[in-house]
Design a protein around this ligand. Structure first.
Ligand SMILES: Nc1ncnc2c1ncn2[C@@H]1O[C@H](COP(=O)(O)OP(=O)(O)OP(=O)(O)O)[C@@H](O)[C@H]1O
Length: 328
């Protein structure tokens, strides 16, 4: 089943294999073909112990196809993959007991109750966490006597997560863990994922919720058409995108009266009537110069608004840009 494990704390901490860094997930030029279609087109990933890494991407980008290889459910067509120092497919007997997998669709017998299902899973897991503890962690205690078929979609996702946690995994793979959850359940799941991370669990998750990645991820990668379009810390990915500013030009002033914009990092400018909209690579410098200019002239820049790019904007630009390049 998904996790067969011994208690987390009693396991020796193995070093990863990258120059002193405790790397637990590593791929190099990972590719996966399906009968003539290349779904994953050369992925290089490194995830350190204790990190939370989010894999984002457009529909059909190849996230699940990548995850299945990392989980040892499929072999790559070419390239290498190491999880906890081993090949997750060929060294399954060694790797599998130390990882937890939450699938997109659980697929377990629905006539059983929540507790019966978890007990069945625990029976296949050495050193399993007590079932009540796993149900408490995933806020399913109140629903323990309910048949699985009577659970809501969100409760089933939480049961999937409870089962993945039974083996106290060192590395947890979560494929869209909060899809179908309402806002409150989603926030509760985030809390739980944070707790697991604080306890030292390495987490790799896929998600369509950019806020989820912003809230949880130490680092992320945005996939599109089988490739990683960009990766890094949320702040780094966002910093690659221009910030935006807008304000009203004061009466009796013209655009040409403003300080020269290009040397301030402004890359784009648009005016509609007296409204000025700018894109800048250096928000602080541009904003400071314009506010100092307004103070010197003793005028107000009414409607002044300045903000960094969001992850959503970065995502949309990447998806749009790569589509127009015709990468598929
Ligand atoms: N068994 C298969 N046979 C052929 N093509 C497949 C198979 N499984 C997936 N694909 C294709 O491979 C591509 C990547 O699919 P994958 O499920 O990995 O993407 P994803 O990023 O997880 O997508 P989503 O966000 O929509 O879940 C898609 O174009 C999909 O149609």
């Amino acid at each position: 089943m998904r996790t067969h494990d011994m208690p987390h704390s009693s396991r020796p901490r193995r070093a990863g294999n990258l120059e002193g860094m405790d790397t637990v997930i590593e791929t190099a030029d990972l590719r996966r073909h399906y009968k003539g279609f290349e779904a994953v087109r050369g992925i290089d990933l490194t995830v350190a112990r204790g990190e939370l890494f989010a894999l984002l991407g457009t529909n059909g980008a190849g996230k699940t196809s990548t995850l299945e290889v990392l989980e040892g459910q499929a072999t790559p067509t070419s390239g290498t993959v190491r999880v906890l120092g081993g090949d997750p497919y060929r060294d399954r007997a060694a790797v599998r007991p130390r990882i937890g997998v939450m699938l997109q669709e659980g697929g377990f017998p629905t006539e059983l109750t929540v507790t019966e299902t978890a007990r069945m899973w625990a029976g296949c897991t050495s050193g399993a966490r007590p079932v009540p503890e796993a149900l408490e962690l995933t806020r399913l205690t109140q629903r323990r006597a309910v048949r699985v078929k009577q659970l809501s979609g969100g409760e089933r996702r939480r049961l999937d997560l409870a089962l993945a946690l039974l083996g106290r995994p060192e590395v947890l793979f979560l494929d869209e863990p909060t899809t179908g959850l309402d806002a409150q359940s989603r926030h509760e799941t985030w809390e739980l994922i944070r707790e697991l991370k604080e306890q030292g669990t390495t987490v790799l998750l896929t998600t369509h919720y950019l806020e989820e990645a912003e809230q949880l991820a130490d680092r992320l990668a945005i996939m599109h058409a089988g490739r990683i379009a960009t990766s890094g810390r949320v702040a780094d990915v966002v910093a690659e995108r221009p910030s935006r500013m807008s304000f009203e030009l004061p009466l009796d002033y013209f655009l040409g009266d403003l300080p020269p914009l290009a040397p301030l990092g402004v890359t784009r400018q648009e005016n509609a009537g007296r409204t000025v909209k700018l894109e800048t690579a250096d928000l602080q410098r541009t904003a400071t110069a314009l506010l100092l200019w307004a103070r010197d002239k003793d005028v107000a820049l009414s409607g002044f608004d300045a903000r960094s790019a969001t992850l959503e904007e970065a995502f949309m630009e990447i998806a749009k840009g790569l589509e127009s390049e015709g990468t598929r």
